[in-house]
Ligand binder design. Sequence first.
Ligand SMILES: [Zn+2]
Length: 340
Amino acid sequence: MEQRIERLQAGGIIDLHFDLPMDLYEKRERENVLAAEFLPELKAGNIGVVGVAIYIEDRYLPDAALRVALDQIARLFAETQACPTFAICKSYHDVEKAFKEDKIALLVTMEGAEPLGTDLDLLRIFYELGVRSMGLTHARSNEAGHGGIFASSGSSKEGLTEFGRDLVRECEALGVIIDLAHINPAGFNDILSITTKPLIVSHTNVRRYYDIERNISDDQIEMIGERHGVIGINSVLVSPNEEESTLDRYVDHIEHVANLIGTDGVAIGFDFFEFIYSQWPESAKKELAEKLTTPQFIPDLRSHSHTRNLTRKLVERGFSDEEIEKILRGNWLRIFEEWL
Ligand SMILES: [Zn+2]
């Protein structure tokens, strides 16, 4: 068993959603944060690629959104220059090269189009800086569209704005992977209707186990499957209840997607953010609980160093090695190859 886990881990694991840039930005007075605070856990968990999301907190909106986004990217460049174990990757070839050189590839993503305002030309700038995946919204509304709320109904019935539609078309043309995580159901349908490439949902959970519009329904899972898209399973919204927030329930989400669209359609988007959450004062935690939800961290899957527990659980639950390799990396690699 241990040898089998070792072998499955050794190929590298791809996690497509991590709030790293925002933390680096908040710690911008310091140097080597990436090497000191993140490298050990990423190494321990055999992480090969991480999708690092530019995200702008409410307090910077609207005026500072662009500046903070650019500063977050600046921190990524400075920190990776200081620690050559990391490589910012802009193409499938770059990712392959990073794997070969035993480096950890960072794929820069954007969660919420707020930094663009309504200026489509800025997408080109962010593309040049390395942004390779775009989720139009977080939970809130912006110039592109509306987020799905953390309740079983009540999200905006409006789809994308005209700008949102232009942005999606431009992403598809440029080669910026379109990420449907967080978008409301109407926006989800709009994006499907104006694109043709395989779409992703970088970090989400299935509504069967956590019924909120921020997550995805069986119909939506099937729509992604028909596109040969991929859904990354989130570790902090596996259940509304603390006692049901277990590693087995995490694998239930994987299994549910696999049952509907096959193991080609499911992957990893851990969204680990306990390291940020734990830095917050009680007032901020209370605000998050009131506005969205209280995250439930899975005891044995709460940081990148815990990926071995997941691999072991997938083996125990009867997945074949071939299936596990697809879930841990192969499916995201296929998306990179098709888009980047
Ligand atoms: Zn998110």
